[in-house]
Design a binder for this molecule. Structure first.
Ligand SMILES: [Zn+2]
Length: 209
């Protein structure tokens, strides 16, 4: 129904998180109105994205290896696989916080409350698809196995799907015999971590149980 290029872009944008076909179409018609220079800028950033950003081999956080400070940045590639948080020697290596996605990590870091490590699951249980294959449970268990954590905090949105994911994680991680907690009061049921204000998120860390 649309010209082929437009339809192709709509299809691509429709795959973005929380974007449906109607929003995707609005994106495309917004892009059509932009000056060519801005489109080229956008497209050059897109081209660079995968080249300039790496995914941490331990926690799956995205980071820019060129911004790493000190000696590490001059080391050979391959030693650059770990993100600044995992590498930071001042962080508490006995604490692990499991989150769904990078934007949750950013929200938690903003509170300055939490000083442990993270693990990004990469998704939560999707009730429609009943699918676990997008969630990094296998890798998570690998990380927990050899690291001597004293506490694992599950910081996942208190939505229905988030709660189901949390219960699944608690069941999967119980055999490790490590204290498992989740965020406490403050976050409204159905709310999303990344939109919570820092004070609320901070106090939900304090009241974790
Ligand atoms: Zn990391």
């Amino acid at each position: 129904m649309y010209p082929k290029t437009i339809q192709k872009l709509i299809d691509l944008f429709s795959k973005f998180p929380t974007v449906g076909p109607r929003t995707a179409a609005r994106f495309v018609f917004y892009l059509i109105k932009l000056p060519q220079t801005e489109l080229e800028e956008l497209s050059s950033y897109l081209k660079e994205l995968k080249k300039s950003i790496k995914m941490c081999s331990w926690c799956f956080n995205s980071f820019d290896p060129s911004l790493r400070s000190g000696q590490a940045s001059s080391e050979q590639a391959g030693s650059e696989e770990v993100c600044p948080i995992c590498e930071d020697k001042t962080r508490d290596k006995s604490l692990l916080c499991i989150i769904e996605k990078e934007t949750d990590l950013t929200a938690i870091e903003k509170t300055k409350k939490y000083k442990g490590l993270y693990f990004i699951l990469g998704g939560i249980i999707n009730l429609k698809k009943k699918d676990k294959k997008d969630i990094r449970i296998g890798q998570l268990k690998e990380r927990i196995k050899n690291n001597g954590f004293k506490e694992i905090i599950i910081a996942i949105n208190p939505t229905t799907e988030g709660e189901i994911t949390r219960l699944l994680l608690e069941r999967e991680l119980r055999p490790f015999n490590i204290k498992i907690t989740h965020l406490g009061r403050g976050l409204p049921m159905g709310g999303e971590l990344e939109y919570a204000d820092p004070d609320t998120l901070s106090s939900s860390f304090d009241s974790r149980k």
